[in-house]
Design a protein around this ligand. Structure first.
Ligand code: GDG
Length: 743
């Protein structure tokens, strides 16, 4: 199956986990529980998805687990859980209220939020807050374990629960777990400000998931880079091999429930509200913004931009009103209190300086508004002014576009919002540049309808097609594909019953051949190629295994001199340089086919230049191959970059040479085409064995596993995802299995 094939239907229930539920519990003065629906990106995305799926898939079982916002008694929890289906599956978890407060205001919003939004000076690093964060993630895990059933798909959301995927993985090793981050993932230079231990644990936490999603390509790359720098895991096209399991990192820009805004904007109720508002504002042109109170949203920068606009373009005095809607949030955190105060003061100053008896430039509202009123405001706005300093996505920008069925209106959008990647037709500004904001406002207010319309229609087309339902569908499809890929590559541990069966076949066979890779398979990987000399135990084992009815072949990429020296007294067959050379049991070396080596002169200097550019790397010369090794390079990141560059260089350099480039484990090897372990391995089966056993640890051994007859017993050493049927943890386990094959 390719990655574009649609995945199968979900196997069980979909379990969404987020810090907060789609509703909050509030208590009336008499202590009664009241449920207040929440707004926000995830809620509208998932609610939209559920509505659209309900009709097609009535059997879809959906549970949304999280904190209800207040501590509930056991009976209250039970009763809410029983009626969860009526409220988007909302399933309250039993969590301690005191912990939840310090969790949310502590590590979540005092450390992760500022750091991930590039406000490192606001971030605090308190050990107790970190411990609370860990404890609460563990509580989420414990509660979920009571709920989860085999076959469920678990989708964990956002920065509050970075540790949860790995905690779940420990207890549910087979589970299908996805993770999505709604805020930016910062560059490594910012992420590394976290103490190393926390940093490691957070990344390992996220890597517990099978699929990790981010809004933009940049965030995905930042995450992969941090994983490499912190944990040393490389990736290939976003796939990371974590202890033998291939995990995926992909980009999924979140969408909105487009039709809901589109439809609502023409509804009678919204049309009436809009008309009332328009007359209240004296028919003036309207600039509008709405955000939660947050320093990342650039509200103060926006106001300064608006002030610069009023001062630079005085002809707009009395003509324009800026409706500034700010939704109260995190009022307990001191940075937010300070910001609120500054905001109040700045609005007062601008209104005082530029306003008049019959005109207030900024109509400032510090509250949230009902949905209809929000859509009416979007509809009324000639200009939406959205200026975050950093924003994971920013749904307000998309909602504005969806609330303009006539195609009028201009979106001014900060290029620091994730949404800027998709909304190229907006007037994009840098929020730190006051004059840019002022000029963009002027440009927006003078933009002719003939220019507004095509820009709006292009963005509407995109926002409508990449909507919330598509976001959920694409994520879940990718999660299923990731699991299926893991399933295809999963191998069985060669121990217990499988081992007994293999040994039984071995015992019954008349002729046997054992094909054994050397480095990383029979001996551990060594720092330099010269350090991997076989030990006495191994030499004795191989000698003992070779009998008239059992042929041993060491099949390696090593040069034939080293192998010949090491195994001088062991009468087994050797295959060197991936098959360029062969030695029979009597010690005679031969070449199966003549190979050219003139290309080495041409390529040698190129590879040597990489040795000079990457301190610690080295060049190995074999008869028919050149290998650049970077296992011992001092700067591994530089080495990895250079490895890609070298591969590229060699490929273009050798377009008319009959050579191939292979990426080994921390090595780039250039050698003659048509020489590989698959060809060499099959050529070693001339004795027509009825039992073939092959073991290897890297990509070159995969050629062998693929080429051997289906009945061959193939074993991948050190990994668990391979074309091989079985796996073993390392050279020690392999030697133990081989000892069982001694006569
Ligand atoms: C995270 C990321 C990312 C706001 N005020 C009112 C109201 N809202 C609704 C808006 C919009 C949502 O809240 C805010 O959108 P954001 O994009 O800021 O989303 P958040 O959930 O706050 O934040 C963000 C998002 O996740 C999705 O991944 O885009 O970058 O920080 O939907 O309409 N709704 C109503 N009244 C209000 O007063 N009815």
């Amino acid at each position: 199956m390719t990655d574009s094939t649609p995945p199968g239907p979900p196997r069980g229930r979909l379990l969404v986990v987020s810090n907060r539920l789609p509703f909050s519990v509030q208590r009336s003065p008499s202590g009664e529980v009241e449920l207040v629906p929440s707004s926000g990106g995830l809620v509208s995305a998932l609610v939209g998805y559920l509505e659209s799926r309900k009709a097609e898939q009535p059997e879809l079982e959906f549970i949304w687990a999280g904190w209800a916002g207040a501590e509930l008694s056991a009976e209250e929890t039970e009763s809410l859980r029983k009626t969860a289906v009526e409220r988007q599956g909302g399933y309250p978890l039993r969590l301690a209220g005191a912990d939840m407060d310090s969790f949310y205001h502590g590590f979540c919003n005092g450390t992760l939020w500022p750091l991930f939004h590039y406000f490192p000076s606001y971030a605090s690093y308190q050990e107790e807050e970190w411990e609370t964060y860990r404890r609460v993630n563990q509580q989420f895990c414990d509660e979920l374990l009571e709920l989860a059933r085999p076959g469920d798909e678990i989708w964990v959301h956002d920065y509050q629960l970075l540790l949860l995927p790995a905690l779940l993985r420990q207890r549910l090793p087979e589970a299908s777990i996805g993770f999505f981050l709604h805020i930016p993932f910062p560059s490594f230079e910012v992420f590394r400000q976290l103490p190393t231990k926390w940093r490691r644990e957070l990344l390992e936490g996220v890597l517990g998931a099978d699929l990790m999603g981010f809004h933009t390509h940049d965030y995905s790359q930042h995450f992969l880079h941090s994983v490499f720098r912190t944990l040393g895991y490389e990736h290939y096209l976003g796939r990371i091999n974590v202890d033998g399991v291939v995990k995926a990192v992909e980009t999924f820009p979140i969408g909105i429930d487009f039709e809901r805004f589109w439809r609502a904007s023409s509804s009678q109720e919204v049309v009436d509200v809009r008309a009332r508002m328009a007359s209240g504002l004296g028919g003036r042109r309207v600039i509008f913004s709405v955000d939660r109170l947050d320093y990342s949203k650039g509200i103060l920068h926006r106001l300064r931009g608006f002030e610069a606009f009023l001062s630079s373009f005085p002809e707009y005095a009395g003509q324009v009103t800026f409706v500034l809607l700010v939704v109260p949030s995190r009022e307990e955190v001191s940075a937010y209190q300070r910001m609120k105060q500054e905001l109040d003061e700045l609005v007062g100053q601008i209104n005082g300086r530029y306003g008049s008896v019959d005109w207030v430039p900024i109509v400032y509202q510090y509250r949230s508004v009902p949905f209809q009123e929000l859509v009416a405001l979007y509809g009324l706005a000639d200009v939406a002014l959205i200026t975050p300093l950093r924003d994971g996505m920013n749904l307000v920008a998309k909602e504005y576009i969806a609330s303009k069925p006539e195609g009028d209106g201009v979106l001014i959008l900060s290029d620091m919002a994730g949404a800027a990647r998709e909304l190229g037709e907006a007037l994009q500004i840098n929020p730190n540049h006051t004059r840019e904001i002022a000029e963009a406002i002027q440009q927006a207010l003078t933009m002719p309808a003939s220019e507004q319309l095509p820009r709006m229609r292009a963005m509407q087309g995109r926002v409508r097609s990449y909507d919330a339902t598509r976001w959920v569908d694409t994520f879940l499809a990718a999660l299923r594909r990731t699991k299926e890929r893991q399933g295809r590559l999963a191998t069985l541990h060669l121990g217990g019953k499988p081992l007994a069966e293999v040994l039984e076949r071995h015992h019954r066979a008349a002729q046997r051949t054992l094909l054994l890779d050397y480095d990383g398979t029979l001996v551990p990987l060594a720092g330099t190629p010269g350090e991997a000399v076989p030990d006495a135990e191994l030499l004795a084992l191989l000698k003992g295994l070779q009998t008239p009815s059992q042929k041993v072949v060491v099949i390696s990429g090593r040069d034939h001199r080293s192998l010949g020296d090491w195994f001088r007294d062991v009468p087994i067959r050797l295959v060197a340089e991936h098959g360029a050379w062969q030695r029979d049991e009597h010690g005679e070396w031969s070449m199966p086919k003549p190979l050219p080596d003139h290309w080495k002169k041409q390529l040698g200097p190129l590879l040597q230049s990489y040795v000079e550019r990457v301190p610690g790397s080295s060049l190995e010369e074999k008869d028919y191959a050149l290998v650049w090794h970077y296992r011992l390079a001092i700067d591994q990141e530089l080495a990895l970059e250079r490895a890609k560059e070298l591969t590229d260089d060699v490929v273009s350099y050798t377009a008319n040479l009959d050579v191939q480039v292979l990426e080994g484990k921390k090595a780039i090897e250039v050698r003659n085409s048509g020489v590989n372990k698959g060809v060499a391995g099959n050529a070693s089966l001339a004795n027509n064995p009825d039992f073939v056993f092959a073991a290897g640890d890297d990509a070159t051994d995969e050629d062998l596993f693929r080429a051997l007859p289906r009945e061959a017993v193939t074993v991948c050493v050190g990994g668990s995802h391979s074309y091989a049927t079985y796996r073993l943890s390392g050279h020690r386990e392999l030697r133990a299995v081989l000892r069982c094959m001694l006569p």
